[in-house]
Ligand binder design. Structure first.
Ligand code: TRP
Length: 370
């Protein structure tokens, strides 16, 4: 394998196309991807639309996955993922990933797979018990290892919930390399840096913004929807009258302000405060009403989301271009993942038809016996 210092820095990350992306995805991963893309520090960036993985628990609803392919691509493009710098590709059109998954299955035990805490939590959420658990869903961490290794990824920027997947991937890589010789690259995870990025609560103040809880603000929400959602946000149930002292901890409006507001927003929209600390201080003391805070947040979010909305509208007028971007990205990824599969087949001694050497070997073996 290549020397660590000369090793190409390759990113792979991805999403399941099960729904439109929301603000939680934006602070947690999309914004960071755009930064990494524009940092110039990476030789290659791949973003995988993981439709096969989405099918492992939506196999009975293929139309939903199909509908969300373009939707997720629009989300990527509208936040600033640049197809000239980042390669967007579709998992199901990359047959090498399927083959790799099958080979990696040998390198992991069912006991090890059943200890994966993310899969366990998802099983509970979906109401799968061990009797009714589809094998495809149970083994999706192996398929995710195929995704990561097929691109020779060195770096996987993703959320904390994906840590068990990365651990699993590293274990499979080590096992593969120790049995078949140094072939695969061990990936590392790049986690979000702060707690708001890790877990943006829903507008109801509940743990995490999620589609199933219906508490999300979507990148594709129009101004009116955004306004309705912001004005209905959970604040501090003890802050009844404007004059009452209020809590900013656990108050969704302030958590969002922590995530999205910058000092310059005050000068523009709320000049009576210099910064968020002063505003929080007033809220704590009493005398600052929720409606005022929400109106400010709405302006901050509107400023951030309106260019994203405009970009989305532009791409929506050019869906043919979006299709071409996905198609070209997938073709590029296909070459790359096929190359990894060829290396893996060689290492596993199943590359019979790449050359005729199996015949010469056989000859030698037969002659050696005589
Ligand atoms: N499991 C990831 C999620 O649910 C999606 C995903 C699929 C992924 N393949 C990946 C993430 C490879 C990072 C790398 O969000």
């Amino acid at each position: 394998m290549e020397d660590k210092k000369n090793q190409k820095q390759i990113i792979l990350t991805g999403d399941r196309p099960t729904g439109k992306l929301h603000l939680g995805h934006y602070v947690g991963s999309l914004q960071r991807r755009v930064e990494l893309q524009n940092s110039g520090k990476f030789d290659e960036i791949n973003i995988l639309v993981a439709d096969d993985q989405a099918l492992t628990d939506n196999y009975d609803n293929p139309q939903k996955i199909r509908d969300n392919i373009i939707e997720v691509a629009l989300d990527y493009l509208s936040v600033g993922i640049d197809p000239d710098k980042s390669n967007i590709c579709i998992q199901s059109a990359l047959p090498a990933l399927h083959a790799l998954t099958f080979y990696y299955m040998n390198l992991v035990t069912t006991a090890r797979l059943s200890r994966n805490p993310t899969v366990k939590a998802e099983m509970q959420q979906k109401g799968f018990d061990s009797e009714g658990l589809p094998a495809g869903f149970f083994t999706y961490p192996v398929s995710q290892t195929a995704d990561i290794t097929a691109f020779n990824a060195t770096c996987v920027p993703t959320g904390e919930d994906q840590e068990p997947m990365l651990e699993q991937a590293r274990e499979i890589v080590r096992r593969f390399n120790s049995i078949y010789g140094d072939t695969l690259t061990e990936p590392s995870i790049l986690l979000p840096d702060n707690s708001v990025q890790r877990r943006l609560p829903g507008i109801d103040g509940k743990a995490k913004m999620s589609k199933s809880l219906g508490n999300g603000i979507y990148l594709s929400d129009d101004s009116k929807t955004l306004k309705t959602k912001v004005m209905s946000m959970y604040t501090d149930p003890e802050h009844l009258a404007v004059s009452d002292p209020g809590h900013v901890e656990g108050n969704a409006v302030f958590t969002y302000l922590d995530a999205f507001c910058k000092p310059e927003h005050f000068a523009e929209y709320l000049p009576e405060y210099q910064n968020l600390d002063e505003m929080k201080e007033h809220y704590r003391r009493g005398g600052l009403g929720d409606v005022k805070c929400k109106k400010f947040l709405l302006k901050v979010l509107e400023e951030m989301l309106s260019p994203i909305r405009a970009e989305r509208a532009r791409w929506e007028q050019n869906i043919g271009d979006v299709y071409d971007i996905l198609k070209q990205g997938t073709e590029h990824a296909r070459q790359e993942t096929d190359e990894t599969l060829a290396k893996v087949r060689k290492a596993m001694k199943i590359d019979y038809f790449d050359d005729g050497s199996i015949v010469t070997e056989w000859d030698q073996w037969i002659n050696g016996k005589h």
